[in-house]
Write a protein that binds this ligand. Sequence first.
Ligand code: HEM
Length: 402
Amino acid sequence: MDIQEYFEEAPEAGNSWPVIGHLHLLRGPKPPYIILSEMADKYGPIFTIKMGVHRDLIVSDHETAKECLSINDKAFASRTSTLAMEFLSYNHAMFGFAPYENHWHQMRKLATLELLSNYRLERLKHVRESEIKTSLKELYQLSALGPEERWMMIVGKRIPSSGNDEESEKWKKALKDFFDLSGKFVISDALPFLRWLDIGGDERLMNKNGNEDFMDVMLSLAVETEKHDADTINKATCLAMILAALDTTMVTLTWAMSLLLNNRDELKKLQQELDIHVGKDRLVQESDIKNLAYLKTIIKETLRLFPTGPLGVPHESTEDCMVSGYHIPAGTRLIVNISKIHRDPQVWSDTCEFRPQRFLTTHKVIDFKGQNFELIPFRSGPRMCPGVSFCWEINEKFHYNQ
Ligand code: HEM
């Protein structure tokens, strides 16, 4: 089907907005980020679409993304509220989907300090070597574990020894359901007054999913905020960490493997690096990572080509602001087309090719820590992925310090 079947142009003359299209449905054979990239080719790096009563600002180049995520970072720091999020995130108790309010501040601080920071890794120094494993490798293993073990591992209490097949299947299904439903834009999100009809039965399904416990063991932290009780916060927070960490890293590693297998020269270069710094007699360890410069370029190039969230997670503005000279009112949803930015021919040569070498030469200074808006797989600003340092540099720092 052609893109025209999903939306029709309806430019609104005489207002200060760039281009307005009425997007009826973002469902169909083409993924939304492709549709939005095609629209960007037509309308430029900043335009809006209207979905029912909501207006979305679509940003597709790094300069405009910088304006939104750096200059106007506070204005755009909140999240949109959809039906899926209401049910699946325990009514926004999951801080990744919470509005930019006190609850988000508290929980993000807690998660960053207690799970993802140098401070936590420093504490782990005193734990046995085999227990210093709350890292990508363990998160990768999570899908094979029972819920109690998963939680114990995440809070760093002990490392599980074995998985359980039936439990693991249940967990995989729960994960799949979550991601299927969380991306769902249901009719009542656009037209809230139709919610009571529950067209398509989405609400019933989300409600069922939301009531199922993902975790059997609750964190005993007695943190409560004005909006949520401690049990809800515990469930929501540990689920948020698992959901955010698991799929993203697995998908990235799968893409990296696939790109390497399809680019044998790059694979050979990586093998040479491994032969030099690790040798053939043992497996790679986390402490080797600091010596594996080429491996890092491969991860960067993989995240450039295939960011796990090509459109990121939508934000919502809580105050009026100006972007590219346009007045953007409070309540506008922001979608940053990361995929389009990562393939901008004005920034990258051979945009669709796998060229890790560029990060040692022409793009040596470009990193994804949120300062270079040309490469933002973890985005930038206050809502930037808190897992970025956990995945990458903290491990390095930790090993440098040892
Ligand atoms: C390849 C790996 C990963 C990628 C590409 C990635 C990417 C992202 C992106 C694009 C966002 C949305 C940022 C925004 O809204 O501006 C995000 C949010 C988040 N990520 Fe990650 N992520 C990865 C791994 C992880 C890991 C390992 C963890 C935790 C251990 C994690 C935890 C989170 C959390 C909690 C949020 C929500 C932050 C908030 O709303 O305040 N992520 N991630």
